[in-house]
Design a protein around this ligand. Structure first.
Ligand SMILES: [Zn+2]
Length: 164
């Protein structure tokens, strides 16, 4: 099923920049400076936190190992600990910045499970609010995001800058 997101037109320029016909968008986020171009907002030794290009809600984060791998079981203990430490960090950031009522947290491993980019692991953190639709993007064909991506990026990037 296609997840179509209704972006406001002024946001389109940011979205276009994320289209990398060659190469992996998560590797690009890992290898480059933090920037709205890659939507990367925080990096640690082995992990990058970025905004999802196709957010379900404002603040929909992806937590990604820097290494290009789709093999969750192949992560080293150090990578695993760093990755999940950043999942926790992402949840804390969203709690502080957006005060959501809950979260969906998860990953789709392999194409059969619905992974859009199965070759590079990514954990979703989706802030949820009372009155949201009942379940995750899987059932939402179309969703209007109330906040522009650039505003969301600015808020969260600012939050993470203060952490370091
Ligand atoms: Zn990659």
């Amino acid at each position: 099923m296609d997840l179509r997101v209704l972006f406001r037109p002024h946001r389109w320029k940011y979205v276009r920049k994320m289209d990398h016909p060659f190469g992996c968008v998560f590797c690009a986020a890992a290898e480059n400076e933090l920037s709205i171009d890659t939507l990367a907002i925080y990096k640690s030794k082995h992990t990058v936190i970025l905004l999802n290009k196709y957010p379900y809600n404002s603040g929909h984060l992806l937590v990604v190992p820097k290494r290009h791998t789709g093999d969750y079981l192949g992560l080293s203990n150090e990578e695993l600990l760093d990755l999940h430490g950043n999942v926790q960090r992402g949840i804390k950031a969203l709690k502080d910045v957006y005060q959501p009522h809950g979260f969906n947290l998860g990953a789709n491993l392999e194409k059969a499970a619905g992974a859009g980019l199965p070759d590079h692991l990514h954990f979703h953190i989706v802030p949820r609010y009372k009155g949201d639709l009942n379940f995750f993007p899987l059932i939402a064909e179309t969703k209007v995001i109330p906040e522009a991506m650039d505003q969301c990026y600015a808020k969260l990037a600012d939050y993470f800058r203060k952490l370091t």
